[in-house]
Write a new protein. Structure first.
Length: 395
């Protein structure tokens, strides 16, 4: 399957292999291990002289199929899938850095990513520095010394800040660092970090790639040499393996990824436009709107505005809770990227372990609600949001 084919065609047909039975759907290989034709073949497999599956922690036909298709979709040389999205982030960082290295990260990170950089890496003697994502004086200063890795999210969780990936990549490379981009909010069809200069892209496949609330999974994509020589030994020996069944479910999710994300982005744009003029709303953040702080940048490096909307409800935490509890169609959940619309209160859930002063610096007030917009009819979503806002004003 070549790049001459369109995105939707590649999502269905790229790297599709059938067994001798000629099944329509990919087979799922639910096996922990594999057998050999001879003792000699087993020995040659372990030395690398013979290519043969050994153990599903090391490799499996179903997970390999997912890795190949994700690499095709992302435009990457190679991919390794992991048990969870945080498994992808932690493996990418921990496989690459060592005691004495420096890691620079954007301050606006998902709570668990922030914890890894702020708490886990320093335990192993890694110096870590946080930078406000669009402060390029701070980026220049932080990357004026040799650095091993740079980690960013764009758009960021939950305030949807858009970072200039190409510009940060240039500064990172001058410092000798790999730029790692968490591309979950944009999704693989909404933004291509590798084409903008990133070295590594990480995903929680749980989000848009599955997109139907069924399974956990993660992925790390980048250059073949780094994947095979740095990341693969780490994931093989630490056991961060994706189950073949979850890999098969994610393969099915990929078949409709582009259709779902495009429809979700259209709904999110309609929701953001409604909320921007709605009573009880203090601010709306959506990368597809002209009033977004980085609207021009979002238009240049993203293919659509994405499926996430950040909205600040008047009345702080009490107002946000009344809004959430007034919703009947949109469910309260800390997940995102699902076919069903979801809402969460970051200050008390996903970002609760970030210090209040750090949340304030990121703009995560107690009134912020993160909306993950799904595939419902936009008129029904807007009707439900109206109900939530009525509940805020009835207090």
């Amino acid at each position: 399957m070549t790049a001459d084919f369109g995105l939707n065609t590649r999502l269905l047909h790229a790297d599709l292999e059938r067994t001798a039975y000629g099944e329509t759907s990919e087979a799922v290989f639910l096996t922990s291990g594999f057998v050999y034709d001879s003792a000699e073949q087993a020995a040659a497999t372990f030395t690398g002289e013979t290519q043969h599956y050994q153990y599903s922690r090391f490799g499996n036909p179903t997970t390999d199929a997912l890795q190949a298709r994700l690499a095709t979709l992302e435009g990457a040389e190679a991919c390794i899938v992991t048990a969870t999205g945080m498994g992808a982030v932690s493996s990418a960082l921990l496989s690459h850095v060592k005691t004495g290295d420096r890691v620079v990260a954007s301050r606006a990170l998902f709570g668990s990513c922030f914890w890894i950089v702020a708490n886990l890496l320093p335990r192993y003697g890694v110096e870590t520095i946080f930078v406000d994502g669009n402060d390029f004086d701070a980026w220049t200063e932080a990357l004026s010394k040799p650095t091993a890795a740079v980690l960013i999210e764009s758009p960021s969780n939950p305030m949807l800040d858009v970072l200039d990936i190409a510009r940060i990549a240039d500064l990172a490379h001058r410092a000798g660092a790999l730029l790692m981009v968490d591309n979950v909010f944009a999704s693989p069809v909404g933004q291509k970090p590798l084409s903008l200069g990133a070295d590594v892209v990480v995903y929680s496949c749980t989000k848009h790639i599955d997109g139907q609330g069924r399974v956990l999974g993660g992925a790390v994509l980048g250059r073949k040499q780094w994947i095979e020589e740095t990341l693969q030994p780490f994931t093989r020996n630490t056991g961060n393996a994706l189950s073949p069944f979850n890999a098969w479910v994610l393969l099915k999710g990929l078949e409709t990824l582009s259709l779902r994300v495009d429809a979700m982005a259209r709904n999110a744009a309609a929701v953001a436009d409604f909320l921007a003029d709605a009573p009880g709303v203090l601010q709306v953040r959506y990368p597809g709107r002209s009033d977004h702080p980085q609207a021009a940048l979002a238009g240049a490096q993203m293919h659509n505005g994405g499926s996430l909307v950040a909205v600040e409800i008047e009345g702080g935490r009490e107002g946000a809770f009344r809004f959430l509890n007034g919703l009947k169609l949109i469910a309260i959940s800390n997940n995102l990227g699902d076919a069903r619309s979801l809402a969460t209160h970051p200050a008390t859930t996903t970002h609760m372990r970030i210090a209040p002063e750090d949340r304030a610096r990121l703009g995560i007030t107690d009134g912020i609600v993160r909306l993950s917009i799904g595939l419902e009819d936009s008129a029904d979503l807007i009707g439900d949001l109206k109900q939530g806002l009525v509940a805020v004003r009835q207090a």
